[in-house]
Design a protein. Sequence first.
Length: 365
Amino acid sequence: MAPASTDALFEEFKLGALTLPNRIVMAPMTRNFAPAGVPGADVADYYRRRAEAGVGLILTEGTYIAHPSAGRAMAVPRFQAGACMDGWARIADGVHSAGGRIFPQLWHVGLCGRPLGPGVDGSVKLRGPSGLWADGAEENGPLSQTEIEDIIAGYGVSAALALEYGFDGIEIHAAHGYFIDQFFWPRTNRRDDKYGGDWAGRTRFGAEVIAECRRATKPDFPICARVSQWKMGDMKAKLVTSPDEFGEFLAPLSDAGADMFHCSTLKFWEPEFEGSDLNLAGWAKKLTGKPTISVGSVNGNTGTEPEGVVDNAGDAAAMIGRGEFDLIAVGRALIANPEWAEITRRGGFDELVPFDNDDCNARLF
């Protein structure tokens, strides 16, 4: 049987005024290769190499926003004024010179940070909406209104820097149990003020972050919001259980100014709700009318598939061709295979190597 066509992956896509050369996105992947939060020449080479091989849109690894509580891992890159922005300017220039587009992923980990140990700044006071970790442990108490406003402002500062330093848009990390997602999730949001309770309350913070990023940039500067069901530490978590509830969740974020949704799943081919073949990204597109990115085990596995490289890029292309979602993000396969896009274009599936934690560092750059 002939392999499924991947032609749809290589069609242009317009996101407002921004034209992407194809439908392939590099997924954001935390790597801890930025000493003191400053990305160096090696990081610039890493991203440029993927763009040179045909990745249309690069979503950077998570970058700590301009707020002291954003995270405490000392080798996670920061997106705030200073030396780190000189590094990011080189990265954006390199990707653009290779014909790609690039968004930084703006990140605040909240009460989902690393335990204390090597490479961790123990002086950082981690914060969460109700001062609750996912397991119910308490730390530092609920956020005050002033703290909430300061953190929202930090997102705006980082968004403005992205525009100033030549990035093509931003992605706001509102998934995986991190800070914004902690407002969405009843397990970590027990607030009884305007930021808690029903969906209108629990999405208010995320909507205010998006609105502030819009205010700090310009009307046609693309803003992507990343959302998920699963959480760090609870891969089976369900934030929503029906299309109606998902629509109620997404509407405030869409109305606040999100131009696109990046819907993080473990396996892109799996339907999200009973009675429909649509995955999470498919439902987000249907419910909001906004473009969506799907992601989850392209050419890889989550430990439940056979070892090796899974031939499923054609399946993603078919779903794009049917209009279910618009872009597909590729993660670990792009670490293992920096030329993944070009290899896939020429039908060289047999050339791909599987991701392997033991030797991935040799392929990071």
